[in-house]
Unconditional design. Structure first.
Length: 152
């Protein structure tokens, strides 16, 4: 039995502690907003926060999350920065197919939490691990700037 804090609630999981966080979220907790893409830390679709830091949940075992807080897309609106990011995403109409977008929002929220006024270069560096096959990168950049303005 392993105890995790997921979106502010304690969850007891009867699984092996080397299970990737992504598996625990999607298959055990049925939190399917976090997506499986590559499974190899190459695409960013599985990005969640571990104590506020963006991590790749497909390669991070649940053992690494014990005593820490996991936040997923399902709970990001309860964070002031996450709320601003989601609102900006909607205003700028970022989303195309949507598959990558929960990971993009989690990465953007982690960026704006540590850097309130990112430049285009800061954004490109922070978001470079989040691939969008639909090519929404210009709108992602615009939405991050819009959220930064909103939060200023
Ligand atoms: S599924 Fe985790 S980085 Fe692609
Ligand atoms: S919106 Fe389709 S993969 Fe990014």
């Amino acid at each position: 039995m392993i105890i995790l804090n997921i979106n502010g609630k304690e969850a007891q999981l009867d699984v092996s502690d080397d299970m990737p966080i992504l598996w625990a979220l999607r298959d055990v907790m049925h939190l399917t907003g976090t997506k499986f893409g590559c499974g190899m830390a190459q695409c960013g679709a599985c990005t969640v926060h571990l104590d506020g830091q963006a991590i790749r949940s497909c390669i991070t075992p649940i053992a690494a999350a014990v005593g820490k807080k996991i936040t997923t897309i399902e709970d990001v609106q309860n964070d002031k920065v996450g709320q601003a990011v989601q609102a900006a995403w909607s205003e700028v109409d970022v989303v195309q197919c949507g598959y990558c977008q929960s990971g993009q929002i989690m990465a953007a929220t982690a960026l704006l939490t540590t850097n309130q006024k990112p430049t285009d270069a800061d954004i490109d560096a922070a978001m470079s691990g989040n691939i969008c096959r639909c090519g929404t990168y210009p709108r992602i950049r615009a939405a991050i700037h819009a959220a930064a303005t909103k939060l200023a």
